[in-house]
Design a protein around this ligand. Structure first.
Ligand SMILES: [Zn+2]
Length: 224
């Protein structure tokens, strides 16, 4: 007689099953998260594509890109950083032009916003559109637009996911939020989200590292 054989599971077997399930969950959960991130990233890229087509159409009609309209501060910023002054500072990166909607180059204003940013900073980003390169020479900018050039192909950075939270907008180099990925600082703490979608002046959209790629474009050594 062997009763043990008829028992459904021993404790050990049960523990093994639980262990295997938790390992599977560890693999599956980040994959779901990453799938959601990828979906946001490609929705964002589609928005920037739409924005790019609208901007280039505007340029065909008016011979220059539209002027930005900033979200805060009508005064030009006193200084300029390597990353621009951010959309909240009224500097060289301002809000994507709402004139594109008013003039019917875009239907509705969805394409002016990064969906990842909107989701991540729910309730706080209604006014924060894509950062638009308002200092580009083609927008009659004067803050050094010719510097916002990708040295590789000569196209300049026209719009990006960068966003500056109000409480951090006056700390140079420290206040940028990039919605499409995380980066750890030197202490190992996740501080800045550095991956962002970037619209180039020739209409291409890239996923780029906001810090590193920008320094590379300038031909500067990377100094986070
Ligand atoms: Zn985005």
């Amino acid at each position: 007689m062997n009763r043990q054989k008829h028992n459904a599971f021993t404790l050990i077997e049960l523990l093994i099953v639980v262990a295997i399930l938790s390992i599977l969950a560890l693999i599956a959960v980040p994959n779901f998260l990453m799938a959601a991130q990828r979906a946001d990233r490609s929705a964002c890229a589609a928005h920037l594509k739409t924005l790019g087509i609208a901007l280039l159409s505007y340029k065909v009609d008016y011979n220059h890109f539209p002027l930005a309209d900033g979200v805060a501060g009508a005064e030009p910023s006193p200084g300029r950083t390597e990353l621009g002054n951010g959309p909240a500072a009224g500097g060289s990166w301002d809000g994507a032009p709402r004139s594109l909607v008013a003039l019917r180059y875009i239907t509705g204003d969805a394409a002016l916003f990064c969906p990842a940013c909107k989701k991540k900073y729910k309730g706080r980003t209604q006014n924060f559109r894509y950062a638009y390169n308002s200092s580009a020479r083609d927008t009659f900018g004067h803050l050094g637009g010719e510097d916002h050039i990708d040295r590789v192909d000569g196209a300049f950075w026209l719009a990006r996911c960068i966003w500056v939270p109000v409480e951090r907008s006056f700390y140079p180099q420290g206040g940028y939020v990039y919605p499409h990925g995380d980066e750890q600082n030197e202490n190992g703490r996740v501080e800045n989200d550095c991956m962002e979608n970037v619209l180039m002046s020739d209409g291409r959209v890239h996923l780029r590292n906001g810090h590193r790629d920008f320094y590379k474009a300038y031909g500067l050594p990377y100094a986070p």
